[in-house]
Ligand binder design. Structure first.
Ligand SMILES: Cc1cc2nc3c(=O)[nH]c(=O)nc-3n(C[C@H](O)[C@H](O)[C@H](O)COP(=O)(O)OP(=O)(O)OC[C@H]3O[C@@H](n4cnc5c(N)ncnc54)[C@H](O)[C@@H]3O)c2cc1C
Length: 403
């Protein structure tokens, strides 16, 4: 790993690099790899090195459901096979049901002529695998490195690091997470709303097998998902009000399992064991712009969405593919990859796609929070109808898959 002070080439004047990616989470690391593989000289700056993943260690508490579009991108980048073989859990079925009306909707890979709907993988495994692939792809990794400021000039963007080092690139890619210091430095505001909820996560053992199915029950307080893990356990994402999340976090394992069993309607039987729990605040946040002078936003720096659709990182990886294609087209046309008119294409396409998705997930969160008996009944009818409308259901499935 290169420390900033050791990488003399990075200190030279002028835009030594095509792209500087800030943030080495799943999205930033994938962006750096995709751009390097496309032939752009790329550096990745990350404040904290990811923990090494090990098959012997407990399954990371943070897992994500990767859609087929994300699996295809990771495959193209040459990392999917090692992630899949290390530890992953394909799911072939999704069952979503409404606690109040009892209506349900099912998605099935076989009936859509796919071998899976997606794969559950550990965040740490994805990040670590990408991180290791960066070196072989010729990406300059600077870690620990924290960007303190930047200045866009006519032909480059000049970055200033916390240790006083500087670095220049044609384009700055901000993948520095939901709080994105770079977005703030660029003066880009955000819109959205705080759900005043926390997602409680844990891995649980259940009496009955998960049947390679992603289960999601919409409760009046928020959705509860049980995602299938490779070792037979399920990973839960339980969205609760702040007060309920605090209460549930403080329960002992037995009481937690009992309450979770009731919340899941004992669909997988009793909860027989649980790992320690953690909780994450939930908010809808969309950057007002995805672009500033010689800068683009991607991943959670650009958008955070409710986890009910399990799409946050999938949207981020679609940002990556669009950015790579945009920059490749610009290079083939002999254009400056940091020019405003080049970045506009990426920003326009991804912001409108992400906005539609984010608002769609937000609408679902609102609809499933309805409590009045008339609205609950209408929701039940709508859910059952949708389950029977095969063409519409297929369209929804294809959209979620990123096809
Ligand atoms: C409970 C929960 C469940 C979820 N489930 C799913 C799911 O099933 N499917 C799905 O697609 N998504 C899911 N998501 C969303 C997904 O986890 C996020 O969208 C994704 O992790 C965002 O990745 P990122 O790389 O954009 O940001 P981050 O992971 O936040 O990475 C940002 C990186 O930038 C670094 N950084 C920040 N500032 C600086 C700086 N100044 N200089 C250098 N480095 C810096 C940070 O150290 C960090 O490593 C879920 C989210 C939650 C909370």
């Amino acid at each position: 790993m290169n420390a900033p002070a050791q990488d003399a080439s990075i200190r030279r004047r002028g835009p030594a690099l095509d792209v500087a990616v800030v943030g080495g989470g799943m999205v930033g690391a994938a962006a750096a790899l995709a751009l390097a593989r496309a032939g752009f000289s790329t550096a990745l700056l990350e404040a904290r090195a990811p923990a090494a993943w090990s098959a012997e260690a407990e399954v990371d508490l943070r897992v994500v459901g990767l859609a087929p579009s994300s699996l295809a991108l990771l495959d193209e980048l040459g990392v999917w096979t090692s992630i899949r073989d290390a530890r992953s859990s394909p799911y072939t079925h999704m069952h979503v049901w409404d606690a109040q009306s009892g209506a349900a909707i099912d998605f099935d890979a076989a009936s859509e002529r796919h071998d899976r709907l997606g794969c559950i993988v550990e965040n740490n495994l994805v990040q670590w695998t990408l991180w290791r692939a960066l070196e072989a792809a010729g990406v300059r990794r600077l870690c620990p490195a924290e960007v303190k400021g930047f200045e866009a000039r006519d032909d480059r963007v000049q970055l200033e690091l916390a240790d006083g080092a500087t670095l220049a690139a044609s384009l700055l890619v901000a993948a520095d997470g939901a709080a994105s210091p770079l977005r703030q430095l660029a003066g880009i505001g955000t819109r959205g709303r705080d759900y005043a909820q926390r997602a409680v996560v844990a891995h649980v053992s259940t009496e009955r097998p998960h049947e390679s199915t992603a289960w999601q029950r919409f409760l009046p307080g928020g959705p509860l998902a049980l995602l299938p893990l490779a070792d037979g356990r399920s990973s839960i994402v339980w969205s609760l009000s702040e007060a309920d999340a605090r209460r549930v976090l403080a329960l002992d394992d037995q009481a937690f399992g009992d309450e979770l069993g009731v919340a899941s309607d004992f669909r997988l039987g009793r909860i027989t064991a649980s790992t320690p729990r953690a909780a994450f605040p939930l908010k809808l946040q969309l950057a007002e712009r995805y672009q500033a002078d010689r800068l683009v936003l991607l991943g959670d720096a650009a958008h955070t969405v409710h986890p009910l659709a399990g799409q946050g990182v999938n949207l981020g990886l679609r940002d990556v593919a669009e950015l790579r294609d945009t920059l490749l087209d610009a290079r083939h046309a002999g254009r400056d990859i940091g020019a405003a008119h080049v970045l506009r294409r990426y920003a326009r396409r991804r912001r409108s796609a992400d906005t539609l998705d984010a608002l769609g997930f937000d609408a679902l969160a609102r609809i499933y929070a309805w409590q009045s008996p008339a609205l609950v009944a209408a929701r039940g009818v709508g859910t059952s109808l949708l389950d029977r409308l095969a063409p519409l259901k297929r369209r929804i499935g294809e959209h979620a898959a990123g096809l």
